[in-house]
Design a protein around this ligand. Structure first.
Ligand code: FES
Length: 255
């Protein structure tokens, strides 16, 4: 699938936000899904060969947005794609988040894990939920898109490791104090954070959906490079994060 880059905006030294026009994609995407992007030249043999997964931030009319963090050659190449250029990506992938109605919801995000939570926040709010966002990062640079959440949430709690903005703490610290009062939690971020959030939820008897950011090569269920382990009854079974996730019941994941 191909789209036209409308914007490739620098948020700070670490993050960029890309807006892509693709009516075909925008009509089918769901919150919590991801796309595999061809980051280099639009040539199948150009380096980097493998596509990279990025969570869809939201869809607006015929366009969608991707948030990306500069981590290596592929994402550096993405910064060089100007408005008006063509970008190649897979169609909507993964199971995504499901909205619920009239519940007290917590969203827990760590760093770039904020990406897939904006769209579900909007849906939850429209569906009559009270929404609290717990957003943690290493420092102020990681606290991105927070202002875009404000119209769609009731409360925002920010933490950073260095205290440069919000409370100086891990995001799990304020979340743990409040967790038992929520009806459901949606989380995305580093694996250790998702594990801690899930354990807190299990202790409090709160359902938790986690979006796992596993390394992916094919994104189509073929390479088995994104296997995770999940409990099903008495058994532990393998799941492919790209096709059976990326959203899983956090209480069932073997961390
Ligand atoms: Fe290849 Fe999931 S990325 S099976």
């Amino acid at each position: 699938m191909k789209g036209i880059i409308l914007k490739n905006e620098r948020l700070n030294d670490k993050y960029r936000l890309m807006e892509i026009e693709s009516p075909e994609f925008a009509q089918t995407a769901k919150p919590g899904q991801f796309v595999m992007v061809k980051t280099g030249l639009q040539d199948y043999l150009a380096d980097p060969l493998l596509r990279r997964p990025f969570g869809v931030v939201d869809v607006r009319g015929n366009t969608f947005r991707l948030l990306y963090m500069l981590v290596g050659k592929g994402t550096r190449l993405m910064t060089e794609s100007p408005a008006g250029s063509v970008i190649e990506f897979s169609s909507s992938l993964g199971n995504g988040f499901k909205s619920v109605k009239n519940q007290n919801i917590a969203l827990a995000a760590g760093g770039v894990g904020i990406a897939p939570l904006l769209w579900i926040a909007k849906l939850l709010k429209d569906d009559g939920c009270r929404v609290t966002l717990y957003f943690g990062g290493r420092n102020q640079e990681d606290i991105i898109l927070a202002d875009e959440f404000r119209p769609h949430i009731d409360k925002l709690i920010i933490t950073t490791d260095d205290g440069s903005i919000g409370e100086k703490a891990l995001v799990t610290a304020p979340f743990e104090k409040d967790a038992a009062g929520f009806d459901r939690v949606y989380a995305c971020g580093p694996k250790r954070m998702l594990q801690a959030v899930s354990e807190i939820c299990v202790k409090g008897g709160v359902p938790v959906d986690v979006s796992l950011d596993e390394r992916m090569a094919c994104g189509m269920g073929a390479c088995l490079g994104c296997i995770i382990y999940v409990r099903e009854g008495e058994e532990t079974v393998q799941k492919r994060c790209c096709v059976e996730g990326p959203v899983f019941d956090g209480s069932k994941v073997v961390w």
